[in-house]
Ligand binder design. Structure first.
Ligand code: NI
Length: 162
């Protein structure tokens, strides 16, 4: 199963549309790791018409964002979320505290740990645990609009520039 991962969309509507159209063609679910910002950014995900899971970020104040996402059939929560897809246990957090991400990875309670917030991409495997940070979809800090695709069958991920 292919999972689309996105974070730090920060209201860049064009970048969100490019990501959502990629997800619509290539993935079965979407995980958003937070910093969506305005609810109108969440509405764009309706165009993919696939379930969205994930969390809000430190810059997300509008709980309406959660309602918009949850109508798509997944589950978005405020700070921490877990789900199981294709027998892979997945933890999602925005990631303000690097120590907590590290602890989650080391706990081995999850096969996949997803975080965002740093706006830098990261794909690493530690003791069989896959950690994925898709970087920034908005492209504001790095000039690159990125997302990640996870393949649950092989427990691998790749970064895609959109
Ligand atoms: Ni953030």
């Amino acid at each position: 199963m292919k999972i689309g991962v996105i974070s730090d969309t920060h209201d860049n509507l064009d970048a969100i549309r490019r990501a959502v159209s990629y997800f619509a063609k290539n993935t079965e679910i979407i995980i958003h790791a937070g910093d969506v910002i305005a609810p109108f950014s969440a509405k764009i995900f309706r165009e993919a018409n696939i379930p969205v899971y994930g969390v809000l970020g430190n810059n997300d104040g509008e709980l309406l964002t959660i309602e918009i996402f949850n109508k798509l059939g997944g589950k978005v929560k405020r700070q921490f979320n877990t789900l199981t897809m294709d027998n892979r246990r997945i933890a999602v957090m925005h990631g303000e505290m690097a120590e907590v991400i590290e602890a989650l990875i080391r706990s081995k309670m999850y096969d996949i740990v997803i975080s965002g917030h740093t706006h830098d991409t990261r794909i690493e495997k530690k003791d069989g645990v896959l950690h994925v940070n898709p970087g920034e979809n908005c492209g504001y800090l790095t000039g690159k609009s990125t997302i990640a695709i996870i393949d649950t069958a092989t427990l691998t991920a790749e970064i895609i520039e959109v």
